[in-house]
Write a protein that binds this ligand. Structure first.
Ligand code: EPU
Length: 449
């Protein structure tokens, strides 16, 4: 059987793997959220493990033939899809959603060929390229999918691989990379990229000699990934700063890993509390990862306090908070993943706010949907929007375009008068676990229909 035929068969076989970890239930395209707005919200909510850390630790399982046991793995669509990809490649995978524990043994994975259909469903599949190249010296990948936030190329990954001695062939349907051995190199990234940093860092752990990555991303998930790899034999220094040095080693072990708290969930719940003028305590989180959000809350006069692992937003009262200009930025700046929820909050604030999205070129187009609900948002260009507040929102039938804009619509639905229905909620469930139950526990009227 030739390579293409083998990949097609792997795709067909992957249907049974989907049912194994049951990601199919998370991709029920008919499901909707139905929300009745303007209900009193309040109470305590706990934060899940970080999606964007869990996905990278799952990818790291390919660096070693030993079993990895990952706890605090959120029960979300993207996690299940990535586990399905590993399983389709021959890994032994189990996921206990109640305990939030995943066990992965990749000793049976024999090559770097990835199942195209599954890869197209998730951007994080690109991160598997680094470990696969390091372990097998080859990888074949269809163009990775994920949220539609504008162009999402992988050119920085491929240039980095070339610098490590990899031959890259870009074909119409797939990219094929091969290397007898990876060789350490100095790589300056032309643009700060989270997944390219993680991918090249993992590839370099098993390369010959030293690799220096410059102008890399500093998001907290990156030092957390490096810490896990270092515990199992890697030699990585500087993760969490703009320059990372990796001294290649011959092999890596594997073991236990606990996923760090999701800073985007934490910020989303804090914004939800402010936007609904509620008192909400957010637990099991790491407020130190959200300095840029707290600085904006200070300017907006949103009352909050936080400790080492909790935040309490006390936003009761009717008086609107102050409008503020904001700009998304690589960490430690304001996270692009919190931009859409923040726009909903700004629509309830007093005055004019300028929102500048600097990371993705297609991450503001959802504002039309908020305008249909009654918001007053002018899209100046693909990167800038003016939000005039406060505005009354009214329930509407909407469709979620991506994880974060979808969650922003949920928050808008909680504020709005009347009923909001949100379609395409599999986009939201890709990134947030048990949305309905957790928001119901805060008093929200929301159901999955
Ligand atoms: N870029 C390139 N070439 C590349 C890679 C990136 O031009 O090879 C560009 C992108 O198009 C974008 C910019 O660089 O304009 C930054 O993108 P980055 O690569 O940092 O984003 P990502 O790694 O694809 C991760 C998260 C996103 C999060 C961004 C920014 C994962 C799986 N995804 O994406 O999370 O928004 O970093 O922080 O880690 C989400 O969770 O909803 C989400 C979209």
């Amino acid at each position: 059987m030739n390579r293409v035929a083998r990949l097609m068969v792997a795709d067909l076989l992957s249907i049974r793997y989907i049912s194994y970890t049951d990601s199919s239930c998370l991709f029920d395209s008919m499901a909707q959220f139905r929300i009745i707005g303007q209900q009193p919200i309040g109470g305590t909510i706990t934060v899940e493990g970080a999606k964007n850390h869990a996905l990278k630790i799952i990818a790291a399982s390919l660096l070693s033939p030993e079993e990895i046991v990952i706890s605090r793995v959120p029960d979300i669509g993207d996690v299940r899809l990535l586990l399905d990809i590993l399983q389709a490649m021959g890994a032994r995978v189990s996921y206990d959603a109640a305990q939030e524990v995943a066990r992965i043994d990749t000793s049976n994975v024999k090559s770097g060929e990835m199942p195209a259909e599954l890869v197209r469903g998730i951007r994080a599949s690109a991160v598997l390229m680094g470990p696969l190249l390091a372990r097998f010296g080859e990888v074949t990948i269809a163009h990775p999918g994920g949220c539609l936030l504008g162009r999402r190329p992988i050119d920085i990954f491929l240039d980095g691989f070339r610098a490590l001695g990899v031959t890259v062939k870009e074909e119409a349907d797939a990219t094929r990379c091969t290397a007898a051995r990876l060789k350490g190199a100095r790589i300056f990234m032309p643009q700060v990229s989270v997944t390219a940093t993680e991918t090249l860092m993992m590839a370099a752990t098993l390369a010959d000699g030293a690799t220096v990555l410059e102008n890399v991303a500093c998001e907290p998930e990156i030092p957390a990934l490096a810490a896990y790899l270092n515990r199992h034999g890697a030699k990585i220094r500087g993760a969490g700063t703009p320059t990372i040095r990796i001294d290649g080693v011959r092999k890596l072990g594997a073991g236990k890993c606990v996923v760090i708290p999701d800073r985007i969930e934490t910020g989303t719940f804090a914004i939800l509390a402010a936007a609904t003028h509620s008192a909400v305590r957010i637990e099991q989180c790491e407020p130190a990862h959200l300095g840029a959000l707290w600085a904006l809350f200070d300017r907006m006069e949103v009352p909050y306090t936080h400790g080492k692992d909790w935040v309490a937003v006390q936003a009761r009262g009717k008086k609107p908070f102050q409008a503020v200009n904001m700009k998304t930025h690589e960490y430690p700046g304001f996270a692009t993943d919190l931009q859409a929820p923040m726009v909903v909050l700004l629509s309830q604030c007093h005055g004019l706010s300028l929102v500048h999205e600097t990371i993705f070129e297609g991450r503001l187009f959802y504002v039309d949907k908020l305008n249909r609900m009654g918001a007053n948002i002018t899209l100046c260009d693909p990167h800038r929007a003016l939000v005039q507040g406060p505005t009354e929102l009214h329930g509407k039938n909407l469709e979620s375009p991506d994880i974060r804009a979808g969650m922003a619509m949920v928050i808008a639905g909680l504020i709005a008068e009347g009923e909001t229905r949100i379609e395409n909620i599999q986009q939201i469930e890709r990134g947030y676990a048990n949305v309905v139950e957790r928001l119901q526990s805060l008093g929200a009227i929301i159901e999955r229909v």
